[in-house]
Design a protein around this ligand. Structure first.
Ligand SMILES: *Cc1c(COP(=O)(O)O)cnc(C)c1O
Length: 221
């Protein structure tokens, strides 16, 4: 399926007004499609399956910045650690420990976002809002020197109710700005990764500065 070049150019200029970055979510899409977007200048791509990501990384240009946006099992960290640019889905101390261990072995510093659970739907993934302080307290005791905390990631409830989505994005934006103004993680703490194809405009209004767009760019999955 051809990529939507019109949408790409439109969202790029829209994001400029918000000083926000585009993460192109290429999961299930072919390397040819990714390359087509790469040619237009896109460098940040997001994948949610380890095997699919490593296969694509092997054959696509080395200057692509790969972001991992799906649930990451600790036993698979080692496959992406050599090349991953940013992991958006860090939501457990067990995962923190494994990333730290593998990153130290390879002498890399890995950029991560903490995934916060803001949606109404039950989910095993993401740190509940009520547990964020506790999680950060534990993280700080560990002092994982090979992990650079760059911000937060969240997904809103799958609904047409824009008000609800907006409230959820505002909830994570509040946590983000508190952590940022308290300088908990230093100057690299800059990214609020919220918003997908159907709700990115709500995310931008709420203060998101990295949107993760798949289907609007690459077509339906
Ligand atoms: C698939 C996915 C997206 C992109 O969703 P679209 O609706 O296709 O834009 C964004 N974030 C995460 C975590 C995803 O899994």
């Amino acid at each position: 399926m051809p990529i939507n070049k019109d949408f790409f150019h439109r969202i790029k200029s829209e994001l400029e007004n918000y000083n926000a970055d585009l993460l192109a979510v290429s999961k299930t899409k072919s390397s040819e499609d990714i390359y087509e977007l790469f040619i237009l200048g896109q460098r940040d791509f997001g994948e949610n399956k380890v095997q699919e990501l490593t296969a694509k990384q092997k054959i696509l240009p080395g200057d692509i910045r790969w972001h991992f946006i799906g649930h990451l099992q600790t036993n698979k960290v080692k496959y992406i650690l050599p090349f991953i640019y940013m992991i958006h889905s860090v939501d457990s101390i067990k995962l923190v420990k494994e990333i730290q261990k593998k990153a130290a072995e390879q002498n890399r510093k890995i950029k991560v976002l903490f995934q916060i659970h803001i949606a109404e739907e039950e989910s095993k993934f993401g740190i509940p809002l009520s547990k964020v302080d506790e999680f950060i307290g534990t993280f700080e005791i560990l002092k994982p020197l090979n992990i650079e905390v760059c911000g937060l990631m969240g997904m809103a409830t799958f609904t047409d109710d824009h008000l609800q989505i907006s409230k959820e994005f505002q909830a994570i934006a509040k946590v983000f700005s508190t952590l940022k103004s308290n300088n908990v993680f230093g100057p690299s703490f800059n990214y609020l990764s919220i918003g997908m194809s159907d709700d990115y405009f709500i995310a931008l209004e709420a203060g998101g500065n990295m949107v993760r767009i798949g289907s609007s760019l690459f077509g339906a999955r």
